[in-house]
Design a protein around this ligand. Structure first.
Ligand SMILES: Cc1cc2nc3c(=O)[nH]c(=O)nc-3n(C[C@H](O)[C@H](O)[C@H](O)COP(=O)(O)O)c2cc1C
Length: 193
């Protein structure tokens, strides 16, 4: 009642059974979110290994970027497996409570494989200053997960644009205040490391 526009959008304009769109075709007759979640749980393959990348390589000839690396040895295996990039990511801390932060894992991984492939980062990026920290520690770029999802939920595409604009202006402020005039040249000295 206190958010009439949201209520209208959800219950009147978009009030349909909530499904997971990307697996909708696979879950015939699925209507409740729990139908989809149990299908996903049944399809998680815990036997996956680096060898499975051979299959990916067979069916995809573009660049391969491996997401979810937090450990320098795994990063080296990523290079051996022939990937062109990796994303240092703790998946937003959603899988394991207490997992290390991506930003803490980043420097060791950059030191281990930074010259061999492109290193990106996500997890916990909440501001333009966080972006500058990630770039300073050697990430080529970083990503946001919750930020765009929350913005989209709160105000659609326009709010996602606004969120990106906010990150950009915060990044500019952080660059000015740290004396950085080129993000490509941002290094650990910005963090006094
Ligand atoms: C609701 C939700 C669902 C997600 N599902 C997946 C997923 O299926 N596969 C995956 O690799 N990461 C998944 N992630 C993690 C994001 O891809 C990303 O790594 C994370 O959100 C980045 O952290 P941040 O939310 O702090 O920006 C999910 C994140 C959220 C919030």
């Amino acid at each position: 009642m206190t958010h009439p526009e949201w209520s209208w959008d959800l219950f009147v304009a978009g009030g349909r059974p909530h499904t997971l769109g990307n697996v909708q075709d696979a879950v015939k007759g699925g209507r409740r979110v729990t139908d989809f979640l149990s299908w996903i749980a049944r399809n998680f393959d815990r036997s996956v290994t680096w060898k499975d990348l051979d299959f990916v390589r067979e069916v995809w000839d573009g660049p391969i970027v491996i997401k979810g690396v937090l450990d320098a040895d795994d990063a080296r295996d990523t290079v051996k497996a022939g990937a062109q990039g990796l994303i240092v990511s703790n998946h937003g801390g959603r899988q394991l409570d207490g997992v290390k932060s991506s930003i803490a894992a980043l420097p060791r991984i950059v030191d281990a494989v930074g010259g061999d492939l492109e290193v990106y980062m996500d997890g916990g990026v909440r501001s333009g200053l966080d972006v500058l920290k990630a770039l300073s520690l050697g990430a080529k770029a970083c990503f946001v997960g919750r930020a765009w999802a929350y913005a989209l939920g709160a105000g659609g595409e326009a709010m996602v644009s606004r969120m990106l604009g906010t990150l950009k202006s915060e990044l500019a402020t952080a660059m000015i205040l740290t004396g950085c005039d080129d993000v490509k040249a941002a290094g650990r000295e910005l963090l006094d490391l």
